[in-house]
Design a protein. Structure first.
Length: 158
């Protein structure tokens, strides 16, 4: 039987730039991604997303907009990752490297997709156009997408 893990993923965008973090350890190490992680017991998804952003890159989000919801499944693992994706331009603080992430601003015209999870190049276009989406990806290992779907939806905003 499959079980679910709830995770968050936050992208900070400002003036045509997007803040990505180079994951230094753990799941997805060696890839650029947004900031996020597991939602802890007793916190809401939104609280978890803000906490992870602060812990991983030093920025405090004052508000977050829902962007997408993706369920990821890995062929050899019964756990489904339910990832709630947000974006924000409403933040304060100074960008700082953490134990887990090395942050860097990228122009939205030159996102390093070849060094990111392979699903990203399929759903980033929705986010960059401020469209909301839902999706599903089935992976074989970390590199091969065996099956997926994506669709535009209206998610409630926070
Ligand atoms: C499989 O495809 C994925 N694509 C993208 N873009 N992001 C993904 C994918 N799968 C997971 N993620 C995101 C979701 C989270 O933001 C992180 C994983 O979080 P992590 O396992 O590092 O969670 P933490 O709570 O920070 O972990 P620790 O126990 O190491 O603190 O990747």
């Amino acid at each position: 039987m499959s079980k679910k893990k709830i995770l968050t993923l936050v992208f900070v965008r400002e003036a045509g730039k997007i803040l990505l973090g180079f994951k230094k350890r753990g799941f997805g190490a060696g890839l650029w991604n947004g900031f996020g992680g597991k939602v802890e017991e007793g916190e809401t998804i939104l609280q978890g997303a803000k906490r992870e952003l602060l812990e991983e890159c030093g920025l405090k989000a004052h508000s977050l907009k829902s962007v997408g919801l993706i369920n990821f499944e890995f062929e050899s693992d019964p756990t489904i990752l339910e990832v709630h994706i947000f974006q924000t331009s409403d933040f304060s603080g100074l960008v700082a490297e953490s134990e887990e992430m090395r942050p860097r601003w990228y122009s939205e015209e030159s996102i390093p997709f070849s060094q990111m999870w392979p699903d990203d190049r399929l759903w980033f276009p929705y986010m960059l156009k401020d469209r909301q989406f839902e999706g599903y990806f089935l992976f074989k290992g970390m590199d091969i997408i065996l099956n997926h779907w994506l669709k535009e939806v209206n998610l409630l905003n926070s």
